[in-house]
Design a protein around this ligand. Structure first.
Ligand code: SRM
Ligand code: SF4
Length: 517
């Protein structure tokens, strides 16, 4: 590998641990780890290198690991969902599943002694968790209604899969891309509503016509971090769909070989683009590819407001529908996952789609099967018609399992939304995103109301609080929101949000006479 990785002595802790031993090397040691148990493992392997296999040590729940899958384009079959449910089932009350903001699933409660068996089950089911954490490329997101959207431009399913296969060497693990300077996100939009939040990815493909050929304009450098958040900028390149994999490969190689590594707060792709300027960056990508790139198309085809896909929607295939189920803050239990697998088989085609809003779609439901599907008891919890506030509620993991968290998020988000729903009539969906710390996994910058966990002083005590973000827009002309008020104590949030919703989002108290407490 041609790389500008500096000499070991000058490296920061993470660069050093990567140079000493590639995270993928832990794959060959799993049987040994399973035998000796988590307490006896080398701490660097346990706490860091295992993330190259998607296995995350959780300091909040030591011994109960988190497993992050890769589900390109957010597609999961009923057979795969059952395998994931069976894995969780053996951990009883510890066995949680979460749909993530990257159209993916994370499993919790996992014991290291079971990992070899779990991985062999994944392999049989055509799934992998490889390279889903640390300095690797995350789940490749694509339109959740790819192939079934009546207004689709490009079917992203095959492209997301091919990009993943290139990056992970078909799920085997790929040392060419296991030592990037930092994490890396790729999204491919094939629809008219930017359902992947293209602008917050390191590489994003946006449908655009050039000389009557449908391909993609390429955006680069979008990212969120505690230090800085930036929307992606145009690379000034249009690519044919057949070149998507090659463009991803070339950009990743340029980033791997030249990306900044000294300071992890300044290592994401945008920092390299800043240093070089986008023209030089583009020229380096062209050199890596061995040919020039075509200039971007004048306009792209993102023309709509963003859809949330909840409810019943006709597909492009006559007589078939996709049914969007609202999964409150993405949380699943093993029993839910078994139910979803069964429902997708009984009423659909045995497939499910995940969304970046942490919800699940059941595609390919014939008209005649809609009525019986709606009678399924699971739909009382995973509704097709949630409240306007609950509908777009998103939350990152938060303090229940994440040691970066400054506050608990998922349960708090649900409880507060239920309280607001009881008090208010809110005429339209309001996108409320909770994130437990400035890392922004819950994407507060794309929300109507973004709430970022922090600690605040109140009455001489340190208490849980949030910073308020507003102004995020999605879909056509997406724009990042910004922090407009800092340090609101969580205990004051109910009256604070009640007023905000009344003043800014047309909400009204449910009864004229109701006096808020
Ligand atoms: Fe994230 C780190 C959870 C999407 C920015 N993120 C983490 C860790 C791994 C920290 C840790 O080790 O505890 C969290 C694991 C907690 C846990 O137990 O679940 C974590 N991130 C998540 C998930 C699960 C949030 C969710 O509830 O949905 C999302 C998993 C996506 C996936 O399937 O791969 C998740 N994280 C995001 C996003 C949103 C996105 O990709 O659209 C972002 C902002 C976008 C971006 O990355 O540019 C995001 N996560 C971060 C960062 C800040 C990155 C940076 O450049 O500084 C960190 C911290 C880090 O990498 O050092 C982080
Ligand atoms: Fe953890 Fe912070 Fe990410 Fe939430 S935003 S999952 S608290 S790292």
């Amino acid at each position: 590998m041609t790389s500008t990785v500096p000499a070991a002595a000058s490296l920061n802790k993470f660069e050093k641990l990567k140079v000493e031993k590639d995270g993928l090397a832990t794959k060959a040691e799993l049987e040994e780890f399973a035998k000796i148990g988590w307490e006896a493992m080398d701490e660097t392997d346990r706490d860091h290198r295992l993330k190259w296999l998607g296995v995350f040590f959780r300091p909040v729940t030591p011994g109960k690991f988190m497993l992050r899958m890769r589900l390109p384009n957010g597609i999961v079959t009923s057979g795969q969902m059952r395998v994931l449910a069976e894995v969780l089932q053996r951990y009883g009350e510890d066995g949680y599943g979460d749909v993530t903001t990257r159209q993916n699933i994370q499993l919790r409660g996992i014991r290291i002694e079971d990992i070899p068996d779990i991985f062999s089950r994944f392999e049989q089911a055509g799934m992998t968790s490889v390279q889903s954490g640390m300095d690797n490329v995350r789940n490749i997101t694509g339109s959740p209604v790819a192939g079934i959207d009546a207004d689709e431009l490009i079917d992203t399913r095959g492209l997301c899969r091919k990009v993943q296969d290139m990056i992970t060497n078909n799920g085997e693990g790929n040392p060419s891309f296991s030592n990037l300077p930092r994490k890396f996100n790729i999204a491919i939009a094939g629809c008219r509503d930017n359902s992947v939040h293209a602008e917050i990815n390191d590489i994003a493909f946006i449908p655009a016509y050039k000389n009557d050929v449908l391909g993609f304009n390429v955006l680069v450098g979008g990212f969120f971090s505690a230090k800085r958040c930036d929307a992606a900028i145009p690379l000034n390149a249009w690519v044919d769909p057949r070149d998507v994999v090659a463009v991803c490969e070339a950009i990743l190689l340029v980033y791997r070989n030249h990306g900044l590594r000294a300071n992890r707060q300044k290592s994401r792709l945008m920092w390299l683009i800043d240093e070089w300027g986008v023209d030089r960056f583009r020229a380096e990508v062209e050199q890596q590819m061995g040919h020039t790139l075509q200039p971007e198309a004048e306009k792209d085809e993102i023309l709509w407001a963003k859809r949330d896909h909840i409810g019943i929607h006709a597909q492009k295939q006559p007589g078939l529908n996709y049914v969007g189920l609202h999964v409150p803050v993405g949380r699943l239990f093993a029993s839910d996952m078994f139910d979803l697998a069964r429902i997708s088989e009984v009423y659909g085609s045995g497939e499910m789609r995940l969304t970046v809003e942490q919800n699940i779609l059941i595609p390919n439901v014939p008209d005649s099967r809609i009525a019986p599907l709606l009678k399924e008891p699971l739909l009382e919890r995973f509704s097709i018609n949630p409240s306007t506030l609950g509908r777009s509620l998103i939350s990152c993991t938060g303090a229940q399992f994440c040691n970066f968290a400054l506050v608990e998020t998922k349960n708090r988000a649900l409880a507060l939304t239920a309280d607001l729903d009881a008090e208010l009539h809110v005429p339209r969906a309001v996108r409320i995103h909770w994130t437990g710390c400035p890392n922004s996994c819950g994407q507060p910058q794309v929300a109507d109301i973004g709430l970022m966990g922090t600690k605040v002083r109140k009455d001489g005590k340190t208490v849980d609080g949030v910073d308020l973000y507003m102004g995020g827009t999605v879909g056509k002309e997406a724009k990042l929101g910004t922090c407009i008020q800092k340090g609101i104590p969580c205990e004051d949030l109910l009256p604070f949000l009640r007023n905000l919703l009344i003043q800014n989002f047309g909400a009204s108290l449910r009864t004229e006479t109701a006096t808020p407490p």
